[in-house]
Design a protein around this ligand. Sequence first.
Ligand SMILES: NC(=O)c1ccc[n+]([C@@H]2O[C@H](COP(=O)([O-])OP(=O)(O)OC[C@H]3O[C@@H](n4cnc5c(N)ncnc54)[C@H](OP(=O)(O)O)[C@@H]3O)[C@@H](O)[C@H]2O)c1
Length: 231
Amino acid sequence: MKGKQVLLTGGTGGLGLGVTPAVLASGAEVTIPYINPRGVERLKGFISPADFARTRFVESNLNDEAAVEKLVNDLPRVDVLIHLVGGFAMGATHEYSFENWKRDFDLNLHTTFLVCKHSLRRMLDNGYGRIVTVSSRGAVEPGGQLAAYCASKAGVVALTKAIADETKGTNITANTVLPSVIDTPTNRSAMGAENADTWVKPESLAQVICFLASEAAKDVRGAAVPVYGSI
Ligand SMILES: NC(=O)c1ccc[n+]([C@@H]2O[C@H](COP(=O)([O-])OP(=O)(O)OC[C@H]3O[C@@H](n4cnc5c(N)ncnc54)[C@H](OP(=O)(O)O)[C@@H]3O)[C@@H](O)[C@H]2O)c1
């Protein structure tokens, strides 16, 4: 990705702690939208001061279409979109509030739609693009207590495959990954570290994402790649 303009959403999150250093190491020009400045501060411990200085951090809520449009239009190009934003929630369906259902769709699916829509517009103008979204194993193996999460992540797979179909015959691709459990600080504090060896390391998932985002993956379109570690 040397010299490529990469829009990396969620680059300050738990998975971002592995993906952001890998994307920077490829020589890309990286822009990371964020809401909470604490995530930006935390990232300083994972990348060099020089890499930190050359990364563009832009405060931007990806559920706000006007903000996404501005974020995308302010970039010189969008060669690569790596969309990590998303989140997990649990609850029995018969007790789940509609408000929380909509929140889960906002976070997982609607952010994906908005950044893909506006990035794709720029990619079509430029004749080049790589889109990598993050779904979940739950999208293809839905489990109890996880209806909103699994349904919204299944939407991410469907959206990504639809974009891959729309962009056939162009130098634009769209693919998604299906992680199981990622070894993030949040998961370690929520579940303990006893089984962390079986989880997928952010740096390992980053290698899969970086391949799908690279020029080398030009013939891979509409893939939903399982990245399950040993679980
Ligand atoms: N962790 C797992 O075990 C696991 C398993 C399967 C799939 N996944 C998927 O992997 C992806 C990354 O997960 P993660 O564990 O890294 O999550 P995370 O630690 O909660 O990070 C989420 C990131 O998204 C950003 N974000 C959230 N809402 C945003 C918004 N409206 N606008 C802009 N940025 C926003 C956050 O930035 P701010 O803090 O600034 O808001 C943060 O950088 C997600 O799509 C998740 O569903 C995770």
